[in-house]
Design a protein. Sequence first.
Lengths: 205, 398
Amino acid sequence: MIDLAPNELQRDLVDLVRDLAPAAFPLPAAVVGAADGLGRVADTPWRTLAESGVFALTLPEERGGTGLGPAEELLVFIELGRAIVPGPVVGTALAARIAAEAGSDLAEALASGDRRAGILVGDLVVDAQAGDLAVRVDADGATLYEVTDIEEVPATDPLAIVGRPELSEVLRHDDPVDSLRLRLLVGGYSVGVAAAATTHAVVYG
Amino acid sequence: MAIVDPGDLCVHGVEPLARPEEATMELLEDPGLRDFRDEARTWLQEHVPADRRPEDDFEAAEFDKAWQRVQYEGGWAGVAWPAAAGGRGLEPVQQLIWYEELVRSGAPRPGSFLVAIGHAGPTIITNGTEEQQRSYLPPILDGTAPWCQGFSEPGSGSDLASLRTRGEIDGDDLVINGSKIWTSFAHVALFQEMLVRTDPDAPKHKGISWIVVPMDTPGLEVRRIRTIDGHAHFCECFYTDVRVPLANIVGPMNSGWQVAMSTLSFERGMGYLAMRLALRDEVDAVIALARSLGRDREERFRDELAWVSAQVTAVHALGYDGANPVGPRELVGAVNQVFYGELSKRVKRLAMDIRGDAALERDHWSTSYLGSFPETIAGGSKDIQKNILGERVLGLPR
């Protein structure tokens, strides 16, 4: 029988992120800021997050990663969701992985927090600004772009930046696993957010 | 009891949905009511403001006042309110017809007058002294005085009777200390209908009084709360030695719970009727959205649109029942609250699903969706409503 319970290493990882994420992104700040839109996540907390390795979990060690698998990455993203960490966490981790597999140095830049990558959905990009990267996932793989310009639009989610970008293609990665990985990370993050919402509701009640 | 010709419910510009045949009623054969409806429709065609209600919360309140004033000057404010209060003194059926025509005309919602028109006014009509009626009712109808509702407290929402804000008698005044929360439009209201604990030693339902608090009373501080839909008309109210004349208590001292129950029955009955009637328009708008995006033939949307269309017909019928209940008003109101709230959320969620990726961008559908989250909480949590239904209608054990 397969043991699905997190092992010791995975539990340690979860504990690490559970301590670090709320410290870097205190919830009251996120909630108060949300009133008028949060804007771009500041560099300092973003780098703190990056230095903990959350964007490089599945990168090989020679690219500054820790060589872990999708299970560890999922557990970490549940914790990022639980702390309601704003910004392009999913896009950046996904793009770092894609860049690494395509042999691009952008992997290190994304993993270290120097660059960020939003996600392209239809003709919109979420959580990217001019100069950032953006990743579009399709059934066969993913394409990484640079956002050369953007026209921001009001976002339904006040914690997100949404806009119509102008794009310049950086690299293409053909692997159907990319779309599974995107869903895994978004799913994990969403599970965390849902858990946080439940906790906050219970605390309120 | 259905008292409206279903043919009258067609929404302009959108193909009417199937309406139940049997709803044609003898009441509408009454030529007097036909004339009343025609008169209302004609007046609305000529007077409904062309401008949309402003997004800014203060400008919106001014807009609400102006629209209420126009209705008053046209003789349409308080259709079923007593003539002495500036109303028309007609029957609930005319009030209902007026609401239907309001919705059909696309007229603005009452906004910051919802509390005043929907329940503060009716509560004072039912429970207030002549003096109180003279003081408070005309400024509601003529668009001078928006009201707010100081009922919920931090820690006393669903269990409203546990409220702790104190009112102590000092001479001819009540001195109020405590706080209220989720007070819509407190930042623009002139008066607040407020529940305070006036006898802390009595059982919790028996030591509460219902009092009118002028919002400019010293010691009363209002703090706005910004919500996810971008608005900030939700408020917190803080009371520090707020001194209000005892003469402002409506109903007997310490009988506030009974008065509040009548307030809530208005809120859950006629007060929300226009909103319930408007939900059909929203369903029709979602159908139009699906058609414009070519998504109405997709099976999941087609099925869901059919489902919400059927449900909104039921909510509509319940809305009429709530306005003119055959059974106890409170119970019909509870059924209404549950069905309306759940359906309304589903309709607004459906619009976002139909928009697909474009739903990331905020437009009026997004605002409506984000604003729908509290619909199963506002005016009494639906879980509490279900308890009421379980205990009082189904006779389930507590």
